[in-house]
Design a protein around this ligand. Structure first.
Ligand SMILES: NC(=O)CC(=O)C(=O)O
Length: 275
């Protein structure tokens, strides 16, 4: 199994036209692949503006228009493709869903956002995904020719337990398509990624939409890769951009050998009763 690869993160400018969002995503996937990316990822809500009022209008069944385009793009460019997320409709319910495709264009994973983004920061931001969306109920990992990868969507990154579970399942990289905002972005976006990476001694990547100041929800941007030492390998500002980042998985073993948390855990002590 190869231990290094190039990861392509597509910080896509997402607008009101679904067709335009899809075609620009497909173009960017090809561009990332031409730049040598073997694993490519799109942002949360890549085909729709982010907001509960948009979800029913933009929602699709899976497979559907957006995921068929992703499957074809993965196959054409021969990449593993983490398809950001789309609003999904299934059985009259809506989900925030990430689909993953292998280089043959087959869907190999589907993650429905587990932790819904319900927050109310007085005077700053109130967002209640649960007004429209239902949560997913399963963990999502997939195998590549490089390593096992775990998927979370945006708010999922705030829950340390999910990352710990993916680490236990043998993931070396967790990819979080996400769209933090102008309040929580500067405060928490980078520190959460570094915390998840450092706690679990693995790679973490996030992919945001580009910032649109006129949108009802203004995304923070700053798609990033953090290594198992907790260092930011690569990040960007808020404009549309394709980040190409070389990942050397040997770094993980190096860090785990130097600071051997995985064998030092006191699992005999951690099962405490919650009060
Ligand atoms: N948009 C999200 O799901 C999460 C977010 O913006 C935050 O946690 O802050």
């Amino acid at each position: 199994m190869a231990t290094s690869f190039r990861l392509g993160l597509i910080q896509l400018a997402v607008g009101a036209s679904k067709a335009d969002n899809i075609s620009r995503a497909v173009r960017s996937i090809k561009e990332a692949a031409s730049g040598g990316a073997k694993i490519v990822a799109l942002p949360e809500c890549f085909n729709s503006p982010y907001g509960t009022s948009y979800f029913p209008e933009y929602a699709e069944k899976i497979p559907g228009e957006s995921t068929n385009a992703l499957a074809a793009a993965a196959k054409e460019s021969k990449v593993f493709l983490v398809g950001g997320s789309i609003p999904e409709e299934d059985g009259g319910k809506f989900y925030n869903t990430c689909t993953v495709f292998n280089p043959a264009g087959e869907m190999v994973a589907k993650h429905r956002k587990i932790h819904l983004f319900d927050i109310d920061v007085p005077g700053k931001i109130r967002f209640q995904e649960s007004e429209i969306l239902s949560p997913g109920n399963s963990f999502t990992t997939f195998e590549t020719s490089f390593c096992k990868i775990g998927i979370g969507i945006c708010y999922d990154i705030r829950f340390a337990e999910l990352a710990q579970i993916y680490a236990k399942m043998g993931c070396k990289l967790i990819i979080y398509p996400g769209a933090f905002n102008m309040t929580t972005g500067p405060a928490h976006w980078e520190i959460l990624q570094r915390a998840r990476a450092l706690d679990n001694q693995l790679f973490v990547a996030t992919v945001s939409p580009a910032r649109d100041e006129k949108a009802t929800y203004v995304a923070w941007g700053h798609s990033t890769v953090v290594d198992p030492w907790g260092s930011v390998v690569e990040t960007t500002e808020h404009e549309e951009k394709i980040l190409l980042v070389d990942i050397d998985l040997n770094k993980m073993e190096e860090v785990r050998t130097s600071i051997p948390l995985t064998v030092q855990r006191r699992k005999d002590m951690y099962d405490v009763k919650e009060v």
